[in-house]
Design a protein around this ligand. Structure first.
Ligand code: GLU
Length: 319
């Protein structure tokens, strides 16, 4: 286990295309949070999904962060694979095995259709809570399914335990794992380790003490805290930030190519973009050109608050 004496935060982008305004907002606030605490930042490429992540995106992503004026102290460098999730399968396998050795893991053969029948749609993140149908699958049935060539996903057994934590922006949170989360997937049926396992194994092994990310991941936090504990790691502190929305209430996303870095770099300067994002974050009274380091003294979670922000076309066209 890595030991740290200082705050260690991370950028954990998924290189599945060019970053968009929402990713930049998250990266800037993560950087300001950690820098305002005098901490260090690690860059980890979350390129787990082989269908969506391409190696060319990695250098582009690092270049886009640098263009914006965001630096990092540790982690990914060109030609370096230690901090790429796509190269860390052995570590995820080891974490998985540790859980399996304790009897916490079981195969799930449920099809999509069966999952709908075997789950209830009331998880904290709106996802479905798995009923645990395959938890009690008789050994003969399991063996027969495996013999028939069915490749299962693998789930972790969550206990009837309440996980409480205090988010640096969203305040005290609490979740009953079995009721609000359910047994979740650690490894997909195609063999790819799931985000929840990878992010936990990595945050633990890389000594991360501070996680700053979008509030869409707030509901994943209790299971990650629990998983970290199962793997023998201390939990970091978490700060979740509001999301950027388009005027129709949609979350800005890469899939829609909303204001991606290709567009932004062609149309504005890093200082204008940083100033605009700082204004949207509530750190500046008006959009005015600024370099990230000039904003460190302005940063506080009280200014950022919890409300998602709508970014109008008018606003970003002023960039
Ligand atoms: N890779 C995730 C993303 O790009 C972030 C995961 C995390 O911060 O835990 O949204």
């Amino acid at each position: 286990m890595a030991t740290t004496t200082t705050v260690r935060g991370r950028f954990a982008p998924s290189p599945s295309g060019r970053m968009h305004l929402g990713n930049l907002f998250a990266a800037l606030l993560a950087w300001l949070d950690v820098r305002s605490l005098g901490g260090e930042i690690l860059l980890r490429m979350e390129d787990l999904d082989p269908d969506r992540c391409k190696p060319a995106y990695l250098t582009q992503l690092a270049d886009d962060l640098t263009w914006l004026g965001l630096d990092w102290d540790l982690g990914w460098r060109p030609g370096e694979t230690t901090y790429c999730q796509s190269h860390r399968t052995a570590q995820y396998q080891a974490a998985f095995d540790r859980l399996a050795d304790r009897g916490l893991v079981y195969p799930c053969f449920c099809s999509r259709k069966e999952l709908l029948a075997a789950s209830a749609p009331h998880a904290s993140d709106g996802a479905r809570v798995y009923s645990g149908r395959c938890r009690t699958l008789p050994a003969e049935e399991k063996a027969a399914l495996l013999a028939a060539g069915r490749t299962p996903a693998w789930r972790v057994k969550v206990p009837a335990e309440t996980i409480s934590f205090v988010d640096g922006n969203f305040g005290p949170r609490s979740e009953r794992l079995d009721v609000d989360c359910g047994d979740f997937i650690l490894r997909r049926s195609d063999g790819v380790y799931a985000y929840q396992l990878a992010v936990t194994a990595d945050d633990g092994a890389m000594g991360i003490t501070r996680v700053v990310r979008g509030q869409d991941l707030l509901s994943s936090t209790p299971r990650q805290i629990w998983l970290l504990k199962q793997l023998g790691y201390p939990a970091p502190t978490y700060c979740h930030l509001p999301l950027l929305l388009s005027p129709d209430g949609r979350r800005l996303s890469k899939r829609d190519r909303d204001l991606d870095m290709g567009y932004l770099r062609a149309h504005t300067t890093p200082e204008k973009l940083v100033g605009f994002l700082a204004y949207v974050a509530g750190l500046l009274p008006r959009p005015q050109a600024a370099a990230p380091y000039e904003l460190v003294g302005e940063f506080s979670w009280a200014k950022v608050g919890r409300a998602d922000r709508v970014v109008t076309e008018e606003a970003w066209q002023s960039l």
